[in-house]
Design a protein around this ligand. Structure first.
Ligand code: NDP
Ligand code: OAA
Length: 270
């Protein structure tokens, strides 16, 4: 049994980071929120006003004394915290799963230092069954992601292809490809495909279709698995975060559930 709580640091205090901070401050036995890293410290101070126990507010470097760092940054900043955290042998919980695909050398770093990379389910479901299915031969794993124009706006692929999602009047497939390609094309919108790929067949053998649908107000994901031991389809409709509609409201809860697992004597699911 642990003698002291697990010291948690949060990298990023955006739409997901704020929710995770609030839930940790509400109190979870065995977990202590000790530090947060934010790009705008004054804004962070305002966002944490009223907390029962105010964590330290600083930069990514200020998370270096924590046991677990929860990465909730834009994809472009992922490596700035992932690498130092793993180099010092700590645990990294990853929200930007798509960014991890371009930094798989970090697995070797973790192996060398004793660090750990943990990718929570985030906004996707069924990773338990996907992992189990992959213990037997698997024919295919695919994901369809359907989002409103507001949840897709700003993706580099849209600018590259000259696609104005706000002008669409009907559901339109705007991208088909592998999870690896999607992570570069839609770094803030296809973390679900990256997590699915890491759980299953890998980023080059996991196919994703992205549909822009002006009629939906949720982030909708459907995964389909064909394997020797089971065939299944899982579907989820997630309420977007008002502050950042690219991210849904399930992910912060998934991270909290993942952190609870680290200190719980009982673990449920794969
Ligand atoms: N795994 C999954 O299923 C899901 C993953 N995600 C991913 O999770 C990540 C976080 O999402 P979300 O919270 O919605 O994103 P936000 O953009 O709302 O928040 C990111 C925060 O990080 C801050 N930031 C940027 N650079 C730094 C830095 N160097 N040091 C400290 N803070 C920094 C940003 O500040 P500023 O705005 O001032 O730059 C912003 O406040 C994203 O990569 C997103 O794509 C999202 C949904 C589901
Ligand atoms: O649905 C969500 O909350 C976010 C999402 O698709 C992703 O990041 O892959």
């Amino acid at each position: 049994m642990r003698q002291r709580p697990l010291r948690i640091g949060l990298a990023g205090l955006g739409s997901i980071g704020q929710q995770v901070a609030r839930q940790l401050d509400a109190g979870i036995d065995g977990l202590e929120l000790v530090a947060v890293a934010a790009s705008d410290r004054e804004k962070a101070r305002q966002n944490l006003a009223g907390f029962r126990a105010l964590p330290r507010i600083g930069t990514l470097a200020d998370l270096s004394d924590t046991d677990v760092v929860v990465e909730m940054l834009p994809a472009r900043a992922f490596a700035d915290i992932a690498r130092p955290t793993l180099e010092r042998g700590a645990t990294l919980v990853v929200a930007s799963a798509g960014a991890l695909l371009s930094h798989m050398d970090l697995v070797d770093v973790a192996r060398r230092t004793g660090g750990r990379i943990i990718v929570p389910s985030g906004a996707i479901l069924g990773l338990d069954a996907v992992r189990a299915a992959c213990e037997a031969p698997v024919a295919s794993i695919t994901i369809e992601t359907r989002k409103s124009p507001a949840s897709l706006a700003g993706a580099p692929y849209l600018a590259q292809q000259g696609i104005d999602v706000h002008a669409l009047r009907a559901p339109t497939t705007i991208f088909s490809g592998t999870a690896e390609e999607a992570a570069l094309a839609f770094p803030a919108n296809t973390n679900v495909a990256a997590a699915l790929a890491l759980a299953g067949l890998g980023p080059r053998k996991t196919e994703i279709r992205v549909i822009a649908d002006p009629a939906v107000d949720r982030n909708i994901h459907t995964i389909t698995v064909e394997s020797a031991v089971a065939r299944f389809t899982c579907h989820i409709d997630i309420v977007p975060n008002p502050e950042n509609p690219r991210s849904g409201q399930l992910t912060s809860r998934s991270i909290i559930a993942c952190l609870r697992d680290m200190v719980s004597p009982v673990r449920i699911g794969t």
